[in-house]
Design a protein around this ligand. Structure first.
Ligand SMILES: Cc1ncc(COP(=O)(O)O)c(C=O)c1O
Length: 363
């Protein structure tokens, strides 16, 4: 199989996110407002350029394992959740293997297995089901050729959270055919009440991926990881050997400092996201042209137009006439929706929603 060159790919979300024109009010991002370096209050010994990191920076692996109640060897460090997902796909898939992936979903979770020559099957998370999963549909789609079932929890882009019973049912069916279940949990720490524990703590066949990028305002650190059953973690670490060689020492050292301060950083994010979510909820109440499933967690809202099949022309006009950016739903396979980021500056969100409300009323 000869992989397609990236220039032949259709415009995908991440490329768009990098080259898009940004409005003065940018509601198209999915992370929380950036932290300053001073928020980490570094001591001299907290940071070095070089150091031992052949198999991952051990203090970071220990800190993540402690948080999850897992063994240190179950953690593989990676470049963000993106890098973590790539390592899992690379370690587990060969051409022709079947991968079941949620739809709507986050583009790279489809693009990487496609690039590796896997056969992609999608299962639906629909508005009518509050963007939950139909476990019957997934169980029916699992075959002896299935190698991986892929989910996000909370779901990107809707923020829906999966009940642990559904995960267990999917895990049981996957295990019966020797498949694994990859749960991308990059938004999991953005659930403030009744936060489920990581899927990896359910044991085989679950693999979790996450990072400090989205919820904590530490996007630039690119500090991510995989949590997997011990034997699989070994294979994933071998994938890390050929993708990344050795991990970045400064990033992983700063990751340790951030995890030490995680409760404090989390409280900062909770305050911001809770205030912004309330503003967005109130605003949605008054919008006759829109409907949505309220997210249980995460950093975005994902409303749907009642009267437009494709939000993109509206969003382009909003950007050119009012300087407000949103993400068209087409990047998540649902063109009638749009994604609005809720992790940024509250005053900017209020101004953005004012402008968006006017545009929706046609003024
Ligand atoms: C579901 C999901 N996984 C992974 C990522 C990327 O995470 P990271 O920045 O840690 O690579 C995103 C970013 O939007 C995402 O939505």
């Amino acid at each position: 199989m000869v992989p397609q060159s990236p220039s032949e790919w259709p415009l995908h979300y991440l490329r768009w996110a990098k080259i898009r024109q940004r409005g003065a009010i940018d509601l198209a991002t999915s992370g929380v407002k950036a932290c300053a370096l001073s928020d980490l209050a570094l001591a001299g010994e907290d940071l070095a350029i070089n150091g031992p990191n052949d198999e991952g920076y051990v203090p970071l692996m220990e800190a993540i394992a402690n948080r999850y109640g897992l063994r240190t060897g179950q953690i593989v460090t990676a470049t963000g959740t993106s890098g973590a997902n790539f390592l899992v796909f690379g370690a587990l898939l060969k051409p022709g293997d079947e991968v079941l992936i949620e739809q709507p979903g986050y583009g790279p979770l489809v693009a990487v297995p496609q690039y590796l020559g896997a056969t992609i099957k999608r299962f639906q998370r629909s508005f009518e089901r509050q963007f939950g999963v139909d476990t019957g549909e997934i169980l029916n789609a699992i075959t002896p050729r299935t190698k991986l079932v892929v989910l996000t929890n909370p779901h990107n882009p809707t923020g829906a959270v999966l009940p642990v019973e559904a995960l267990r049912e999917i895990g049981g069916a996957a295990a019966r055919v020797g498949a694994s279940v990859l749960v991308d949990e990059v938004y999991l720490d953005g659930i403030w009440r009744d936060r489920p524990s990581t899927a990896a703590s359910l044991g085989a066949p679950f693999i979790s991926t996450s990072s400090l990028t989205k919820i904590y305002g530490l996007a630039g650190l690119r500090c991510g990881w995989v949590a997997a059953p011990l034997e699989l973690a070994g294979r994933i670490r071998e994938m890390h050997d050929i993708v990344d060689g050795t991990g970045p020492v400064p990033t992983e050292m700063l990751g340790v400092v951030a995890i030490r301060k995680l409760d404090q950083l989390r409280e900062r994010s909770r305050r911001l996201l809770a205030a912004n979510m309330e503003i967005f909820q109130q605003w949605m109440h008054g919008q006759e042209r829109l409907e949505w499933v309220e997210p249980s967690g995460g950093t975005v809202g994902f409303p749907r137009f009642r009267d437009l099949a494709d939000s993109e022309p509206f969003i382009e006009r909003l950007l050119s006439q009012q300087g407000i950016s949103l993400v068209p739903g087409k990047f998540f396979d649902l063109p009638a929706h749009f994604r609005c980021g809720l992790g940024g500056d509250t005053a900017a969100l209020v101004r953005g929603l004012d402008g968006l409300g006017q545009a929706l009323r046609g003024c």
